[in-house]
Design a protein around this ligand. Structure first.
Ligand SMILES: Nc1ncnc2c1ncn2[C@@H]1O[C@H](COP(=O)(O)OP(=O)(O)OP(=O)(O)O)[C@@H](O)[C@H]1O
Length: 231
């Protein structure tokens, strides 16, 4: 599904990613964890083509995305839910949702299926995006990415700034999306327990490099926790 090979990314002259290799197999949830500032968001932005990455490549189903601009990568089937969610506060929920169709390349998710996953989105269709709570905005942002029926979903810290009671709901929705539609997910998270509970596989980053990769089963979990403490 997704393969990142030898990726080096830059902001201006500063090299931020020093050769990342990472894979998201078909239908799997893969977590990318690590402390603040290690390069997790930069990795997702590089997959979307939003950051200069002159070396290495990203493949989606074997197709190189290297020369594609961000909108073309989205059309290939990548849904991106950025950190902070990027909901337009003055637009209604329905308008925010429709924006997701701009990149659909002809594919479209059945709206009723989306509403089933996120009833709150249906309930508040006429409300301004800015009037929703953080958790509701997160659900809208995920729904907006799903409306174009992507093959791969990139989620950047979906639990950030969200009440503990809503975090569980978001986790359930992510699991349901993965199980029902078979969509592959690359999940960036600071909240380690949340990430490990959902993911099949985990990568730990430190200072622009992958320092650990393994399955999230019980032994893997301990090892990942140790890497997080040490990094
Ligand atoms: N627009 C930018 N211009 C210059 N440097 C940047 C920019 N965005 C991020 N950086 C730097 O790149 C490095 C990696 O940042 P990145 O946001 O990818 O980390 P992260 O692991 O996602 O952390 P966080 O959890 O805080 O989002 C950091 O040192 C950060 O200061």
């Amino acid at each position: 599904m997704l393969e990142i090979k030898g990726l080096r990314s830059y902001y201006g002259e500063s090299e931020i990613l020093h050769g990342i290799d990472l894979a998201v197999p078909d239908g799997k949830i893969v977590a990318l964890v690590g402390r603040n500032g290690v390069g997790k968001t930069t990795t997702l932005k590089s997959v979307m083509g939003l950051v200069k990455a002159p070396e290495g490549d990203v493949f989606l189903d074997g197709v190189s995305l290297r020369r594609m601009p961000p909108y073309e990568r989205a059309r290939q089937g990548i849904g991106y839910v950025p950190q902070g969610r990027d909901i337009f506060p003055q637009m209604t929920v329905a308008e925010n949702l429709r924006l997701g169709l701009e990149v659909c390349g002809g594919r479209k998710q059945d709206a009723e299926e989306l509403y089933e996953l996120f009833p709150i989105v249906k309930k508040f269709l006429a409300r301004k995006g800015g009037d929703l709570s953080g958790g509701q905005q997160q659900q809208l942002a995920i729904a907006r990415a799903l409306i174009a029926r992507p093959k791969l979903l990139l989620l950047d810290e979906p639990t950030e700034g969200i009440q503990p009671s809503v975090i569980q709901e978001i986790g359930d929705a992510i699991r349901t999306i993965n199980q029902k539609t078979g969509i592959s997910i690359l999940l960036v998270e600071q909240y380690l327990d949340f990430a490990l509970e959902l993911a099949d596989d985990c990568y730990v980053m430190d200072k622009g490099r992958v320092v650990f990769h393994g399955a999230t089963g019980s032994s893997g979990k301990e090892e990942i926790q140790q890497y997080m403490l040490a990094s």
